[in-house]
Design a protein around this ligand. Structure first.
Ligand code: FMN
Length: 248
């Protein structure tokens, strides 16, 4: 017998409507102004994110000044050029859309909270190994909060853009003073959102059986190194920049 309390399919459907329609777009309607309440609704959702030790190692800086958005976009374009010169073959999007994104929020992570997670804090070799795990706890915590923010923006009807490609430490150091961010914090993500310039599209997803198994890992789902290399070579650019029906 199904317990109605745990079978609230209407709520599930409402959630899935948001989850499945959270779509990345990289160019927004630049004439639109995000109402202040929307920033608050979005970050209220982020505030409820779960985190290791309930440390909540995040902070959100809403960027409204066009000159700051422009500076950030310029930094990205420079980094992109730098990567191209290094021969990094990552298919880079056009970061100019960042300058005109109606909504732009910087996510700052406080990595000092690593010591709030299970670590020895004695600098030993064992401590280092625990620290690797603690860093993963911190990254997953911040991602959980950021995801809540993205879902809230999607629920409001916006297209979203999750950007992590801030690159190396030096780039961070250039930008931090512009927003008065203390050295102890790191800009880990940039969240852009707004009405899309052109309609968003649904990107490829692996089918459920390809990512799911019961009790024992299904080896059919295991990718060899060669398969991953092949995927990067032939598919990655398609799954990033084409809709799900046009990947093959
Ligand atoms: C952790 C994370 C980092 C990402 N970093 C970038 C980024 O730096 N630049 C970018 O253009 N897109 C970035 N994306 C967006 C992904 O490319 C996008 O989510 C993916 O292609 C799936 O498309 P969808 O969001 O429409 O489902 C990132 C997404 C995530 C979750």
């Amino acid at each position: 017998m199904t317990n109605e309390k745990f079978n609230q399919t209407d709520r599930y459907d409402a959630l899935m409507d948001v989850v499945a329609n959270r779509l990345t777009n990289r160019a927004f309607d630049e004439t639109y102004t995000v109402p202040k309440e929307h920033y608050e609704l979005i970050l209220e959702s982020a505030r409820h994110g779960p985190s290791g030790a309930n440390a909540q190692p995040w902070n959100y800086i809403v960027i409204t000044k066009p000159e700051l958005k422009q500076a950030l976009a310029d930094t990205f374009v420079l980094e992109q050029n730098h990567r191209a010169k290094l021969g990094m073959k990552f298919p880079t999007p056009n970061y100019r859309g960042m300058a005109t994104a109606p909504g732009l929020i910087l996510v700052a992570a406080d990595f000092r909270f690593i010591k709030a997670f299970p670590v020895l804090n004695d600098g030993s070799e064992l401590d280092q190994r625990y620290r690797v795990n603690a860093e993963r706890i911190l990254l997953q915590s911040v991602a959980a909060s950021v995801m809540s923010a993205h879902l809230a923006a999607a629920a409001l009807g916006y297209a979203v853009w999750w950007v992590t490609a801030i690159g190396q430490e030096e780039i961070q150091e250039q930008f931090k003073p512009l927003i008065g961010l203390p050295d102890e914090l790191a800009i880990i993500d940039i969240m852009c959102f707004g009405p899309p310039k052109k309609e968003s599209y649904k990107r490829w997803r692996r089918e459920l059986p390809e990512i799911m198994s019961y009790d024992k890992f299904n080896m059919d789902n295991f990718w060899t190194d060669e398969m991953i290399d092949e995927w990067i070579k032939t598919k990655r650019h398609r799954v990033m920049y084409r809709d799900a029906d046009n990947v093959d």
